[in-house]
Design a binder for this molecule. Sequence first.
Ligand SMILES: Cc1cc2nc3c(=O)[nH]c(=O)nc-3n(C[C@H](O)[C@H](O)[C@H](O)COP(=O)(O)OP(=O)(O)OC[C@H]3O[C@@H](n4cnc5c(N)ncnc54)[C@H](O)[C@@H]3O)c2cc1C
Length: 485
Amino acid sequence: MKKKIAIIGSGFSSLSAASYLAKENFEVHVFEKNSTLGGRARQLKKNGFTFDMGPSWYWMPDVFESFYNDFGKTTSDLYELERLDPGYQVVFGKNESIPIGDSLEKIYAVFEKEETGSRKKLERFMSSAKENYDIAIKDLVHRPGISPLELVTPVTIRKINYFLSNIKKDVQKEFKSPKLRQILQFPVLFLGAKPSNTPSFYNFMNWADFGLGTWHPKNGMYSIVEGMVSIAESLGVKFHTDAIVEKIQVDDQGKAQGIEVNGEFISADVVLSGADYHHTETLLDQNYRAYSEAYWDKKVFAPSSLLFYVGLDKKVEQVFHHNLFFDVDFDLHAQAIYDTPKWPEDPLFYANFPSVSDPSMAPDGKEACFLLIPIAPGIEDTPELRSRYFDLVMARLEKLTGQELTKHIEFTESFCVNDFVEDYNSYKGNAYGLANTLLQTAFMRPKLISKKVTGLFFTGQLTVPGPGVPPALISGKLVAELIAK
Ligand SMILES: Cc1cc2nc3c(=O)[nH]c(=O)nc-3n(C[C@H](O)[C@H](O)[C@H](O)COP(=O)(O)OP(=O)(O)OC[C@H]3O[C@@H](n4cnc5c(N)ncnc54)[C@H](O)[C@@H]3O)c2cc1C
């Protein structure tokens, strides 16, 4: 008899774990509360427009490739992948933007033009970033975060200074131009914390950015979900959508017995949750929860987001696939997210126009536009606030790109804190989990194995290695290895 595994949620970490476990000959069932698979990487299709509702940056193609290789596949078996050029642009004002090209040579040239002498400094910075990438992605992130000793290797001992300083300090020490400083601090925002609170070691994200590039899977990020689901199904994984897990049943000996789904008990030898960790623990009786409310409240969470999906009836000028609008004070916005949580007065924002490089994302002659403003988790979310910020961001977009857009809106949909809570059971409506600060790295993150319930495991962006799609793939693999053991 095969052992049966019930997986809660169908985000990337769950999809990854499901395939590894099925490959190990377990009977795997995935229960997803929503009607579609893929967790936060849902897709919105409307009037011929296609939007990725969550992740839109495809970074670290090597991590995806290695996942597919584990199942005898390669990326191109699943979707067409294109490296974007430029990968993105950072807009600092009207007619004032810096494109990040698709080669180090192009990026070095752009830096040198902005600040004389910065080419050499960037070359040095990238060499350290690459070295750290190799240490992190080829080794450290594959450790399950069980013991502090996992981080102690001859290489990390040599690198101890990289854990004692932070990204902001390092960048400011080397580069004078405020623009270049912002560009180099941008990648760590994916880790969920301020650059001043992110250890220097994470400069490996700069290698992911400049060295490995920004890619786009044809038809959008949802192609990854479809690819991963097809692999899982080919291995026998059974998916159950509209399946709300309401309880994790534990027997008197503290062993997980199964789950209650839409009022029905489903037995399982092992329960694995890829849903938000805090929410999963609320599915347990109080005495089986490993972390208190006070614990969660003290943690640094990645931001929530105010998101807009806008269908425009014309093509947009002056924009690329990915555009960062950093024309306002970065530090003030960061304070409003992390220090004194409130709506930012002058938000920086990100605008994604996938149809610029992928015509399948919008009807001919039209543009799909996705806007994201990072905000503090848990803050007030009302229709009035959403509408105020929409007007504000559209006005900035029109001004900075020098064209009328509001008149060309076919429709707008929004998504914010309340939706993150309602749709994903996300703690305080966080968008992408628990930040990677020094004290929330590796063994200091919530554990993959429940400390209180035998046969209960966790995966996903609140555990190791952390937020983002590539880490979710790795998290699923790590937990599958622990379960198989
Ligand atoms: C707006 C946004 C932009 C992002 N941008 C990027 C990006 O550009 N690049 C990148 O790499 N990463 C990005 N991320 C982060 C990335 O999307 C996430 O880190 C990753 O998708 C998380 O996967 P996961 O498996 O941890 O969990 P999730 O995707 O959160 O999946 C958990 C699933 O569990 C389900 N669930 C919850 N409770 C229950 C229950 N009781 N019963 C059944 N099911 C339940 C939820 O519905 C959900 O489907 C972004 C995230 C967001 C939200």
